[in-house]
Design a protein around this ligand. Structure first.
Ligand code: TYD
Ligand code: MG
Length: 471
């Protein structure tokens, strides 16, 4: 028997240390180190399991061979299939993470029901809710009649024995990974050791049988329960389900995908009958737009292969503080600092006496640098009190020198804007290779600044034309 020894594992990042400390030395989180036993568990060294099993030779095979089934099973829920890259992949493990209550169980219940109706064998194992609760949800979703096989169980060995009976399931959903525990590890359910060991057992099951496995993982802010991050590297795909409290829509974002693109999103709306697909997200994000106010600019963005229009709102107000506030929701705060610096250094616009608040409407999150131009326009508009034209979209990257740089997919961005009734655009010179491609439509009359200062001058110039105009 291997000697039993204790070690301290950070529940946020999984770092192992031999001594307890208030702060994890790897990730810097506080109070996340938890004592876990090592005997027989993961990290206990190669000697620990020696006595329990004998090594066996595996049959080696060739790359070229028969694949019996279609490699993917598509749920028919378009937005989910888009995020997974065309459906669940057989023999793979997918992690669906998200905050508690965001709708993970709802989404997977709907997917399970849809697949079961197509004749696939779907097993849904819940470690969080009792069977009655799951039935209640299924009734609400109108999915109660579909032949999903349901169990409330948390032990991995029992689950494997259960699904090993009868026809191999096409999809096994485990809700959630934090509730699972395996006999092989002796720490408490929800700790890094248990979560990893349980995930590993289920991934091994997926690879060896060809069933698709979906693991649900709660994102945890306090470190007492291991988060989905500790299994991210083990699974084939990672989807995060996100949303803002107070908004009804939810975004399924692909973070990792060994079998497809990683920049796709699926958009849903939570209703009283479960999640509804939103095929055109731009309409949703622009839905509550108040066009006449200063400080709002519409950004024509891209999410994977799909253009998405969102409103960027800025509020610039005189600050009573010595160090003015900068607050950002839905965008990178370092990027905002950069845009402010470029506006100050190259365009003569001063923000040092002003608080700056930036918000991406609808709780949406932007990661593209192409939003720079829209952010700058919104900031200048709020500072000057001059509303931007309501029918104009903005995109383009801003460099530290103050130059406006071209971004990809100009054509698609403009097409989407046109489709939604926008009549003008501000975009970089040199987008869409020379400009002949965007000769028609709103691209033709677009304003194309080479420097950010040109755009600032144009916005400031709108005051003059307004003052001398008829109204
Ligand atoms: P759930 O799927 O249980 O979240 P998770 O598994 O991610 O923890 O969803 C919980 C929330 O969704 C809950 O606040 C109620 C809401 N909801 C609806 O609004 N409509 C519905 O039809 C369902 C089933 C849930
Ligand atoms: Mg749940």
């Amino acid at each position: 028997m291997a000697k039993s020894r204790t070690q301290f594992i950070c529940q946020a990042c999984g770092n192992v240390s031999s001594r307890w400390a208030g702060k994890c030395e790897a990730c810097g989180e506080w109070n996340t180190l938890v004592e876990e036993g090592t005997a027989g568990g993961i990290g206990s060294g190669p000697g620990a399991l020696k006595s329990s099993r004998k090594a066996r030779a595996v049959a080696l095979t060739s790359l070229d061979g028969d694949i019996e089934d279609a490699p993917r099973i598509a749920s028919g829920i378009g937005e989910l299939d888009r995020a997974t890259g065309g459906g669940f992949v057989r023999g793979s493990a997918l992690l669906v993470g998200g905050d508690p209550g965001i709708g993970k169980s709802t989404l997977l219940t709907q997917a399970a029901a849809a697949l079961a109706r197509q004749g696939h064998r779907i097993v849904y194992v819940s470690g969080e809710e009792a069977v009655a609760q799951i039935r209640l949800r299924a009734q609400r979703l109108g999915a109660a009649a579909s032949p999903v096989e349901l169990a409330a169980e948390t032990n991995v060995e029992d689950i494997l024995a259960t699904i090993g009976e009868g026809r191999r399931p096409d999809l096994v959903i485990l809700d959630s990974i934090q509730t699972l525990w395996t006999d092989l590890a002796d720490s408490a359910p929800g700790t890094v050791t248990q979560v990893r060991a349980a995930a590993q057992a289920m991934i091994r099951y997926a690879k060896s049988t060809g069933a698709a496995v979906v693991l649900v993982g709660h994102v945890t802010k306090e470190g007492q329960i291991a988060g989905p991050r500790v299994v991210e590297h083990m699974v084939d795909g990672v989807l995060y389900f996100e949303g803002e409290g107070g908004h009804h829509y939810r975004i399924l974002r692909t973070v990792k995908n060994r079998f497809g693109p990683t920049d796709e999103i699926g958009v849903f709306e939570m209703s009283d009958k479960g999640l509804r697909e939103v095929a055109n997200p731009s309409e949703l994000f622009l839905g509550e737009r108040h066009a006449k106010a200063p400080g709002a600019a519409v950004f024509a963005g891209m999410e994977g292969t799909r253009p998405v229009l969102v409103e960027i709102q800025a509020l610039v107000a005189p600050s009573p503080l010595g160090t003015p506030r900068r607050a950002v929701v839905g965008w990178d705060s370092a990027r905002l600092a950069m845009i402010l610096a470029v506006l100050e250094a190259h365009c003569g616009v001063r923000f040092s006496q002003h608080d700056v608040y930036l918000n991406v409407a609808g709780g949406y999150r932007i990661s593209e640098p192409a939003a720079d131009l829209a952010v700058a326009a919104a900031l200048v508009s709020s500072l000057t009190g001059l509303a931007l034209p309501a029918d104009c979209v903005y995109f383009g990257e801003i460099s530290l020198s103050g130059a406006v740089r071209p971004v990809a997919h100009a054509q698609q961005r403009l097409k989407e804007a046109e489709k939604l009734g926008f009549g003008s655009a501000v975009l970089p010179v040199g987008s869409a290779k020379g400009g002949e491609e965007i000769a028609g439509g709103i691209g033709a009359g677009a304003f194309r600044p080479t420097e950010l200062a040109d755009l600032v001058a144009r916005i400031a110039g709108s005051r003059r034309s307004r003052d001398t105009g008829d109204d």
